[in-house]
Ligand binder design. Structure first.
Ligand code: NDP
Length: 501
């Protein structure tokens, strides 16, 4: 038993259905697969295994719903009302959804609850955006011309989502696409499909017309690739690794579909000697160990002013020793399990390489045995230099690389020495330094004296190889629209192109 009194060995394994054209059911092949909790080693879900044929059926249903169905044609008020009903269903079932994410991903229950609250806010915000989407009318076209710049839904959107924040990442995309009037074919990661499939049931109950959202769970190289290549898909919205993001771009070139990408990061936090070092240390520990570091926003590089580096490392080690690691079902736990063996081996490979290259583990750097699950100790790596692999590549684990600097220019140089550009941060009490860093750090988000605070109102996304486009914020809905220019002539049309007529 655990703190929530869930008897895992006796847990009833939930059987899920896929959703295509409003019908819940099996994959065409009839095949199913299971998922084991990475934190406990027991089976927690059973799902239909979709293949290429199911992907085609999902796209065909979304295409038909877009071309002939009511969703893109109804008023924004009607769409908004349905989105609000969905947000209430999510809020009413938040604990169940959170538990699905916990059991499939190994993330702590307290964190999963927070993610559901964030997801509800995104759905509500998107419902509001449905009604505030506007085109425009340029004022200066002359008295005979009326130009309308209309906003139209982009069409059928394929969405591919990863396993690290299954429900939140879905909620950063789906309600905004629906608000715009698009229809959707969705492939969640086969490691964490439960909450997405459960949402499918809620969408139906909330009155979403058949075919508007279709959810099939299969592998990236079958279902994902089919979505990315499909000629009937008008846009693909992908969150995952930069490597797969690039292959999605190549596959999307076939019909030049619109592409939105939310990819990886190697996000730096700069800590200046004049900062509130206690607050910065807490944020550094939170920034890298949140979601066991399996986070695109993980602040996996810490760049500390040399004069305080030693003292700061001691603070970090002290805090790290107090981070509760273990059973995600314990509400006190802050760090849960690693998603799977492949990810665990990847983390171990990076640490081995870093130690061989001369970096020094201050703590961690080993597996933890608990609950028959996959746990890795929060790890601080001192003496990391910018050329080391661990300082350049996305580890996607609870591993902090600590580097040092003398001048702000040097710190910003180290921070920008990456092909990623998702987020960055600076801790300082000097406003001028903060403003300079905010200007010069090459990232989609810069946090000053805070880390990973996020709001539905704030756009999120990366520059360079961290992505294309923005989710959330006032423009989120516009990502799922195209502009159409419509020109009307008023009054008699003077002048002819053909001379002398
Ligand atoms: P991937 O980028 O491989 O997978 C993300 C999603 O894309 C999954 O649903 C996956 O399906 C799908 N996919 C895989 N191949 C294709 C393809 N050819 N065409 C279309 N879709 C595809 O991430 P992983 O889950 O394998 O994690 C590997 C690494 O990616 C991590 O270590 C981390 O560095 C990074 N990552 C970054 C994330 C972020 O938030 N930026 C999120 C997750 C991972 P399937 O699961 O079947 O492969």
């Amino acid at each position: 038993m655990n703190a929530l009194n869930i008897d895992l060995p006796k847990l009833e394994v939930r059987r899920y259905s896929q959703l295509v054209d409003g019908k819940s059911g099996e994959a065409m092949s009839g095949e199913r697969f299971e998922r084991r909790s990475p934190a406990h080693g027991v089976v927690v879900g059973n799902y239909p295994l979709a293949d290429v044929a199911d992907a085609h059926a999902a796209v065909a249903a979304a295409r038909n719903a877009f071309d002939t169905g009511p969703w893109p044609r109804m008023s924004a008020r009607e769409r908004s009302e349905i989105l609000l009903v969905i947000s209430e269903r999510i809020a009413g079932n938040a604990e169940e959804l959170a538990m699905m994410d916990v059991l499939e991903s190994g993330k702590p229950i307290s964190q999963a609850r927070g993610e559901m609250a964030g997801a509800v806010d995104l759905w509500r915000y998107a419902a509001g955006q449905a009604r505030s989407l506007h085109g425009s009318v340029p004022a200066g076209l002359g008295q005979h011309m009326l130009g309308l710049i209309e906003r139209e839904p982009v069409g059928v959107v394929a969405m591919i989502t990863p396993w690290n924040f299954p429900f939140v990442i879905l909620s950063q995309k789906l309600p905004f696409a629906l608000a715009a009037g698009c229809t959707v074919a969705l492939k969640p990661s086969e490691l964490t499909p439960g909450s997405s499939l459960r949402l499918g049931e809620m969408l139906k109950d909330a009155g979403l017309p058949d075919g508007v959202v279709n959810i099939v769970v299969g592998y990236g190289n079958t279902v994902g690739q089919t979505f990315a290549e499909h000629d009937d898909v008008d846009m693909i919205s992908f969150t995952g690794s930069t490597q797969v993001g690039k292959s999605v771009v190549r596959a999307a070139a076939g019909n030049l579909k619109k592409v939105a990408l939310e990819l990886g990061g190697k996000n730096p936090q700069i800590v200046c000697a004049d900062a509130d070092l206690d607050a910065a240390a807490d944020a550094a520990v939170f920034g890298v160990f949140f979601n066991v570091g399996q986070c695109c926003n993980s602040s996996s590089r810490l760049i500390v002013e040399r004069s305080v580096a030693k003292r700061f490392e001691e603070k970090l080690a002290e805090l790290t020793a107090r981070v509760p690691v273990g059973d995600p079902l314990d509400p006190e736990t802050r760090v849960g399990a690693i998603i799977n063996d492949a990810q665990m081996e990847k983390i171990e490979g990076y640490l081995k390489g870093a130690i061989e290259a001369g970096a020094n583990p201050l703590c961690g750097a080993e597996r933890i045995k608990a609950n028959a699950g996959l746990y890795y100790a929060p790890t601080l790596m001192s003496g990391v230099t910018r050329d080391m692999k661990i300082a350049r590549e996305e580890v996607f684990g609870p591993v902090l690389s600590i580097l040092t600097f003398e001048t702000l220019d040097e710190a910003i140089g180290i921070a920008n020495d990456t092909h990623y550009g998702l987020s960055a941060g600076i801790w300082t009490s000097d406003h001028d330094r903060a403003l300079i860093a905010a200007r010069d750090l090459r990232a989609g988000t810069v946090w000053v004296n805070c880390w990973m605070d996020g709001f539905s109102e704030m756009p999120f996304g990366g520059v360079r190889q961290s992505g294309l486009g923005r989710e959330q914020g006032a423009q989120a809905i516009e990502e799922f629209t195209e502009q159409k220019s419509v020109l009307f002539h008023r009054g008699p049309r003077a002048g002819r192109w053909v001379p002398g007529v």
